[in-house]
Write a protein that binds this ligand. Structure first.
Ligand code: SF4
Length: 694
């Protein structure tokens, strides 16, 4: 490792909060130092504090690996040999099966520059429609709902700094106290100012414990709760009729649907007592300002878009949107979950949040890329659908993966492993030999966050600059260099720069005039101004911290209500699988664990998977704390230790999804997709639990 010459101001590599930090020389290594940045205000969680431990980790990949034939072991290879193998496999697959035989799978932790270049590489160099990314598993339901109702998807339409000034918050399906602890300072300040926080979660998480009111919902019943709250709001006279009349369309149909969500019916569906339903409606309905925030708990469902639309309906009906200190927002999860969905690595999308099926959008991007519009492919299929078809007739035969560990993070993981193994060719770019990279034919060692510059867009829509603190170790290349080199070796005549600044300049031009307009954002401005909120259409534009204050982003400027019914999760408990299973994160691990499972300090805190079970339910199964248990769903089985806790619903089990092998939560999860967002139903399925007998 080559130490930096002095402290470098940068951001944490993990979650969407993108906490500011300094990296300072500490002997031969880099140490994390706190930095006051307007998002985290000096705070960091355990993951951020230990993030530099991965830079010189002994398991770091520092040379390409190559498998000569199926069944043979990976062996070291030169960059030239590895890249030539990829190029020859791409040519072979496309010669036999056409351009769509090659797929690209990106990630929500990649910088904006990488997301942009990958999208361009897929459409221009490979001419394939098959590109999607793991953000489809993360934020796509909230994004789809926000676009339908508000005309625009930006996680939060206001800065975090507004949270302490709102009177009431409804937070659905987020355990922010564990997933992004520094954000809790805003919620703590809100309550210290006399505000109320209502948390909806099947578990009494640390976030729920900090709340004014905890609604311990039955998994998968979010839309019933949203309609029930609206029913009470109508009955109690909490509606803002003037706002509904002047700034929205479509309320009558929603009012009709809400009328049938009587509190006793909602209690039977959701398990939330009527008294709490009235209390929550009163806190929201009588507050002068309120925010409604969703996260993965309500979004990762086969009706996740409907769930979010139900909560947006509530915000609109109460007049708590498009006003200062009020609004609907989504707490984005992945580091660049926001920017990663704006610049073209999504199957249906082009840079600047443009749509690939819109002729005007296609023409603009074709002009920036210097290609003919008719040469742009059409929309491909979503992440799970692409994975489900790997190696099949008409499916992807050669797959390139950047920044994603599908063997752990995709639902129905055993099936996905089989599909990965059915590929003619798999290449993975990563900095560790992840469970997905282990199955690859070529593995490319890529640079880590501190070893490259670029931009990230945090959960507020604030574009941030990630500075170069170190040069990558010898033998390691950046993803941008890899993509640029591949495009060149494929003989692509169009420009694929490897330098982040050049790519960002092109991204700015590509995004100009789009919904996510970055054209006024420069690296210098980001540094000077502590980040810039998009849209920012010119270099003298101040950016847009608060959206929708004058009008919504729909064609007529009015927000749209959507009448949604509660339809329930695809799987309900039955005699064979009598309990609900839900999944999520713990504080000391991150996503598929490729990084955090290699940090000793974090492993000491959270070394293995476990299943949370209520003591009364454990007793019924004669399970004691620490017993090994087997969980079984219609997808498969996983074994882990039982952790007894009265903080979970009696009918629900919880498993964190960071762990690999036979402890994988995603061996169990249901790939049922939301019809609009194509988001899998990670958050609820039916499960059986048995004590392992030895
Ligand atoms: Fe990093 Fe998120 Fe922790 Fe901040 S909250 S230090 S961004 S993992």
């Amino acid at each position: 490792m080559q130490p930096a010459s002095s402290a470098t101001a940068t951001h944490c590599p993990y979650c969407a909060l993108q906490c500011g930090m300094n990296l300072a020389r500490a002997g031969r290594s880099l140490a994390v130092q706190p930095r006051y940045f307007p998002v985290n205000r000096g705070g960091l969680c355990q993951k951020g504090w230990s993030s530099t431990e991965l830079l010189d980790h002994p398991e770091r990949l520092k040379m390409p690996l190559l498998r000569d034939a199926k069944g043979r072991a990976l062996r070291p290879a030169s960059w030239d040999e590895a890249l030539e193998r990829i190029v020859s496999e791409i040519r072979s697959a496309q010669a036999s099966f056409g351009p769509d035989a090659v797929g690209v799978f990106g990630g929500g932790s990649l910088t904006n520059e990488k997301a942009y270049l990958l999208g361009k590489f897929a459409r221009v160099a490979l001419r394939t429609s098959h590109i999607d990314y793991n953000g489809r598993f993360c934020m796509s339901s909230a994004a789809a709902a926000a676009i339908k109702a508000l005309g625009l998807d930006r996680g939060l339409p206001f800065p975090l700094a507004d949270i302490p000034h709102t009177e009431a918050i409804l937070l659905i399906g987020s355990n922010a106290a564990e997933t992004m602890p520094p954000v809790m300072q805003y919620f703590d300040a809100q309550r210290a100012n006399g505000g109320s926080l209502i948390v909806v979660d099947p578990r009494k998480t640390p976030t729920a414990q900090a709340a004014t009111l905890h609604l311990q919902i039955t998994p998968g019943t979010d839309a019933a709760l949203a309609n029930g709250l609206l029913h009470v709001a109508i009955r109690q006279g909490y509606l803002d009729e003037e706002f509904i009349a002047s700034r929205t369309n479509g309320f009558d149909a929603v009012r009709r649907i809400a009328s049938s969500y009587w509190p006793d019916r909602v209690e039977r569906i959701t398990g939330i007592p009527e008294t709490q339903l009235f209390q929550a409606a009163r806190l929201l309905g009588t507050a002068a300002t309120a925010m409604i925030l969703t996260a993965r708990g309500s979004e990762q469902q086969s009706h996740g878009v409907d769930n979010v639309l139900g909560f947006i309906n509530l915000a609109l009906a109460l007049g708590k949107a498009g006003r200062a200190y009020s609004g609907y927002g989504c707490l984005t999860g992945q580091g660049n979950g926001q920017g990663g969905r704006e610049h073209g690595q999504k199957a249906d999308q082009l840079p600047g949040y443009r749509r690939i099926d819109n002729p005007k959008h296609r023409a603009h991007i074709a002009q920036v890329w210097g290609i003919r519009e008719e040469h742009l492919p059409s929309a491909g299929c979503s992440a799970y659908e692409m994975l489900d078809g790997l190696g099949t007739d008409g499916g992807v035969r050669a797959l390139l993966v950047f920044g994603s560990n599908l063997a752990v993070s995709a639902p129905r993981a055993r099936h996905i492993e089989k599909r990965l193994d059915a590929l003619d060719f798999l290449a993975v770019s990563d900095f560790f030999l992840s469970e997905t990279a282990e199955r690859a034919d070529v593995v490319l060692p890529s640079a880590q966050w501190a070893e490259e510059e670029g931009t990230m867009t945090n959960l507020e829509g604030r574009v941030l600059y990630r500075r170069l603190a170190l040069t990558p170790p010898p033998g390691v290349r950046t993803d941008l260099q890899i993509v640029s080199e591949l495009a060149g070796r494929l003989g692509c005549a169009f420009s694929f720069p490897a330098e982040p600044g050049a790519i960002f300049s092109e991204l700015r031009r590509a995004s100009a005039g789009g919904a996510a307009d970055y054209s006024g954002i420069t690296y210098d401005r980001i540094e000077r101004e502590n980040g810039l909120f998009w849209p920012c259409p010119s270099e003298d534009h101040p950016g847009t911290p608060r959206l929708f204050l004058d009008c919504f982003a729909t064609p007529d400027g009015r927000a749209r209500f959507h009448a949604v019914e509660y339809r329930g999760a695809c799987e309900q408990p039955d005699r064979e699988f009598p309990l609900y299973l839900t999944t999520g994160r713990v504080m000391a691990q991150y996503q598929s664990g490729t990084q955090t499972r290699r940090v000793p300090k974090l492993m000491a805190l959270a070394p293995r998977a476990f299943v949370e079970i209520h003591p009364a339910m454990a007793s019924a199964y004669q399970i004691s704390n620490g017993d090994r248990v087997r969980l079984t769903t219609r997808r498969g089985s996983a074994t882990m230790a039982a952790q007894l806790t009265s903080t979970i619903r009696l009918d629900t089990l919880f498993v964190p999804f960071h762990f690999a092998g036979g402890e994988r939560a995603n061996l169990l999860t249901n790939p049922a997709l939301d019809p609009t967002s194509r988001m899998p139903e990670f958050k609820v399925c039916a499960v059986r639990i048995e004590k392992e007998e030895f």
